[in-house]
Design a binder for this molecule. Structure first.
Ligand code: FA5
Length: 387
């Protein structure tokens, strides 16, 4: 009896009344499928049309929805199996169905001879006899043609500058700390000594998610989170995204990046802050750069300052970019306010610290002489591929 005849009969009609005979029948089916795959491989189609035809015939014979062998086995063996045999038949049928899913594809994959590269990639040896060894699927592909070159991306300039700044501080022994971009009003403002009534809250054009939740306006809330988590001593930098309801222009973006620095220990002084930031500026902008500190105000630092560097474009002589002043402001900083230390769970009589915060996009603009912050976020490949 042929396989076609067998799959049109029920198991009972075939005399398969126990598990062993069911196993034998399915083994026979699997062996037949395997033999037909091998047959497809060995036929060696000479054109793509012929290969497609062979594949289609194999697929139809086994997988056609109504009259394919697998469907007939389902119909006549599985569905009509007695109660005791059903689990065995079901298990073997599922295996068969899985195994036959890509019946023709599987055959083609196997059709690739192991020694292919040696024979075909060398055009000097492309003789007729060698071509005959190559499988039907591969013989149609000219492997001597160049491949497709997929363009490689590059690191975004903002990420590049962030990593550069991070590296300088990592080398000084600082660790990297991160925090949530969707932040509570408590961490973004209250814990940083900016109570609701404080006019300084208006300095940050805040995007509120709800009454108690904001998109963080700066990376400073992570100061408190880190103090709560690690205590002191603490030497960290905090890179991350910030959000403000700022209208986009050449120096403002509603989403931008900051890097915060925080050092807390016993006996930390403003001199440590000055020394560290001067070292950092020289590492980042070049040894010739000078720094200058002048008073400013932030509710979470006291005293507070702004750091300026001698203009990197005119070497401090005065130019259009530094507005003829010879100096460019590069970050806010100060000694951590005692109230902030308290909110972080630290005793201000025992510990002191300094902090700074800088805008990464502005650093990237200075470094690469970019005059419009919007360029970073327009995804224009002509701009991005320069980095
Ligand atoms: C702050 O955000 C303070 N948290 C910094 C700080 C930390 C001071 C610790 C003292 C101690 P300020 O609002 O100035 O400060 O923002 C810091 C930097 O973020 C700015 O100098 C600027 O470079 C950048 N920045 C602010 N708003 C934008 C914006 N809309 N687009 C791009 N960069 C911005």
């Amino acid at each position: 009896m042929t396989l076609e005849e067998k799959v049109r009969k029920t198991l009972a009609e075939l005399g398969a009344t126990d598990a062993q005979s069911v196993e034998t029948l399915f083994a026979e089916v699997r062996a037949a499928m395997e033999a037909e795959r091998q047959d497809l491989v060995s036929r060696g189609a000479t054109s793509e049309a012929e290969r497609n035809q062979l594949c289609k015939a194999l697929r139809d014979r086994w997988l056609a929805r109504k009259s394919g062998l697998v469907s007939l086995i389902d119909e006549n063996w599985l569905k009509k199996a007695g109660k005791e045999l059903k689990p065995t038949v079901g298990r073997r049928f599922n295996e068969l169905r899985e195994h036959s899913a890509g019946v023709e594809v599987d055959a083609l994959l196997r059709a690739v001879p192991v020694s292919l590269e040696v024979h075909v990639s060398d055009p000097m040896h492309r003789t007729d006899s060698v071509a005959a060894e190559v499988s039907p699927a591969v013989a149609l592909t000219d492997l001597t043609l160049p491949g497709y070159r997929r363009p490689l991306g590059s690191i975004h300039p903002v990420t590049r500058v962030m990593r550069e700044i991070e590296d300088i501080f990592l080398n000084l022994g600082f660790a990297i700390e991160t925090g949530p971009e969707v932040e509570s009003v408590y961490y973004n403002f209250d814990a940083l000594n900016i109570p609701e009534s404080h006019p300084a809250r208006d300095d940050w054009d805040t995007l509120y998610v709800d009454a108690q939740t904001v998109l963080r306006t700066h990376t400073s809330p992570v100061q408190i989170r880190a103090m709560e988590k690690h205590g002191a001593p603490l030497y960290i930098i905090i890179p991350g995204k910030c959000y403000r309801h700022d209208n986009p222009d050449s120096t403002h973006s509603p989403m931008f990046h900051q890097i915060e620095g925080l050092a807390i220990d016993t006996d930390i002084t403003f001199a440590d802050l000055k020394g560290t930031l001067d070292f950092f500026a020289k590492k980042f902008f070049g040894e010739k750069v000078r720094t200058s500190f002048h008073p400013s105000f932030f509710p979470f630092t006291e005293p507070s300052g702004e750091v300026a560097i001698s203009c990197v474009f005119c070497d401090g002589q005065g130019c259009r970019i530094c507005k003829e002043s010879g100096w460019i402001e590069v970050m806010g900083c100060g000694m951590v306010h005692p109230e902030v230390l308290r909110h972080g769970g630290l005793d201000p009589d025992r510990y002191s610290g300094w902090a700074f915060g800088l805008g990464v996009e502005r650093y990237a603009m200075m470094k690469y002489d970019i005059n419009d912050i919007q360029l970073f976020y327009q995804s224009d490949v002509r701009f991005l591929e320069q980095f």
